[in-house]
Design a protein around this ligand. Structure first.
Ligand SMILES: [Fe+2]
Length: 268
């Protein structure tokens, strides 16, 4: 199995950057949704070994793959709380939270909607979290530069660019109530939204807010680059309200690569 070796290489590269903080965009394990709880524990063990090897403070975001035992394929009972393992392993009370550092306010969102009956998921910020977000922001001086972090994107052109400009983006790629979420930031100084899930490097500037969709350490799920984005991670530099972004290829070359351009609408 190549993934642990690749991830070690990624950890070395991340440690060389000497970043002030590290933000993990989610999907720390793969396909937890369909695993039994004991099988998922094994995947978390592997991930945590790497997590602990990263130097510096890490802030983690829940991804759809981090949900455990929603619909186990081996027929074992579903979990009563599919987010519990993520919280326990990462020492979090809740999957959405905020923190302040280096003169910036960071809001980390839990953007996965579980659709247990369909054994599926989508992007969504639930009403309780929206209330929390408004309350959290209300305590801030409006001039505080703020960064939002979310696994599912709040804004992306991925679907338009790969499937067609007139096609609506399905909720498996984006937060479906994105406008409602962005309205919560009205009157505040949201400068940056860091997003994941899609495994491509994309940057959009809209009304003074920079939306960055990062690539992925695994690229196209360990089968080479994903639609031109290599296996990698991003480095953000903040200077006041200015945001700059560099995508870093940490040098991993997949042994088994996809021969054709990978399917843009592959389930992410
Ligand atoms: Fe994802």
């Amino acid at each position: 199995m190549q993934a642990p070796k690749a991830m070690e290489k990624a950890v070395d590269s991340i440690n060389e950057q000497g970043a002030d903080l590290i933000i993990n965009g989610g999907d720390l394990i793969h396909l937890g949704f369909r695993l039994s709880e004991p099988a998922a524990e094994k995947r978390w063990d592997i991930y945590m070994g790497l997590h602990e090897a990263i130097r510096g403070e890490i802030f983690s975001t829940l991804g759809n793959h981090d949900l455990v035992a929603v619909s186990p394929k081996d027929g074992s009972p579903p979990s009563k709380d599919p987010r519990a393992m993520f919280r326990t392993r990462l020492g979090l009370e809740r999957c959405y939270y905020s923190f302040d550092t280096l003169g910036y306010h960071f809001v980390v969102l839990d953007s996965t909607l579980i659709k247990a009956q369909e054994a599926s998921y989508g992007g969504w910020i639930d009403p309780e979290q929206l209330e929390w977000l408004k309350e959290d922001l209300s305590k801030l001086p409006p001039s505080t530069p703020t960064v939002a972090v979310t696994h599912y994107p709040l804004l992306t052109n991925f679907y338009a660019a790969t499937v067609g400009a007139t096609q609506a983006t399905p909720e498996k790629f984006v937060i479906s109530n994105n406008v409602e979420v962005l309205k919560c930031f009205a009157g505040h100084k949201l400068i940056l939204v860091l997003q994941g899930h899609i495994h491509v490097d994309e940057l959009i500037r809209w009304r003074g807010i920079t939306f960055i969709t990062g690539g992925a350490i695994c690229g196209a799920w360990w089968r080479g680059p994903r639609l031109g984005t290599k296996e990698g991670y991003g480095m953000v530099t903040l200077d006041g309200d200015q945001v700059s972004w560099r995508y870093i290829d940490y040098g991993w070359e997949a042994k088994r690569r996809r021969t054709a351009c990978c399917d843009p609408v592959k389930t992410v």
